[in-house]
Design a protein around this ligand. Sequence first.
Ligand code: ADP
Ligand code: MG
Length: 300
Amino acid sequence: MTAPIGPPRLRTARASSEPILELRNVGFCYRAPRRSAAEVLGGSSLRNINMSIRHGKAHGLIGESGSGKSTIAKLLLGLTAPQAGQIHFDGELLTPNRLAAFRLRVQPVFQNPLDALNPATPIGKQIIAPLLVNFKMKSSDSQARLVAAISAVGLSGEILGKLPHQISGGQAQRVNIARALILDPEVLICDEPVSALDMTVQAQILNLLSDLRESRGLSLLFISHDIRSVAYLCSEITVLKRGSIVESGSRDEILLEPKTDYMKSLLRAVPNSELGLEMASPSKGCSQPGERRHLSAERS
Ligand code: ADP
Ligand code: MG
């Protein structure tokens, strides 16, 4: 297998209604031997999950803590297998023999950017590691990909020789995104990617994800408990409660006509103006370049 070299593939030509990654009737239950059956069934299951992330779109997933959001992320990354139902990628059933290739095309961005980095390894080496591991590429051959990846996330070459403790949280999350992009994936699974960052930096990372979606045709799953971030970035939203989907639909359907008390209470806490309900049509995606909710200050 060889890595595609050169500029990232632009994937916007795909019909936007087509799902790239789907969960169909998925069920999952953590098997914890010391728990009672009632605890297992009550707390840690996903039940009958149907969810589609569409080509080139950002799909928001919200829900209370413990509702199963990170478990869905693990399933969508192929890190754990569903115990019921199926995962489909690009129209094909995800089977064990397709798993290795699938894991290259769907990449994660996690919550705590510094925890996701090895404290003793220079940043540049960490970004190219997936190329060296997966494609046995020589370090010298990976340099063009490295330069493209850091430029895509708005970092300069100076950062490559630094160690994680020498960079800020915002820079660390950009590094994690660059490491995810180095394999030229089609989907990013972002599990609370801005929750550990301060407000200004959150806005910058949201803008970066929005730009990447638009410029590279990337599809995103964006998990967050911050309804403002989801409203800004996502054109479709799924709401999870105790392992079941309780609402799912377009951004406007969920934000303007919430059905559950959970969604209603989230919305009561945030003025409409902060949700940008008067802007961008969801069918176009919600990140129009001139309509940024938080205009970023300096990069950090
Ligand atoms: P969220 O991301 O929405 O906070 P999670 O997917 O992390 O929720 O967890 C869903 C439920 O599964 C919670 O009840 C959690 O305690 C349980 N859980 C998560 N990971 C494990 C695990 N490795 N083993 C057993 N139970 C787990
Ligand atoms: Mg979680």
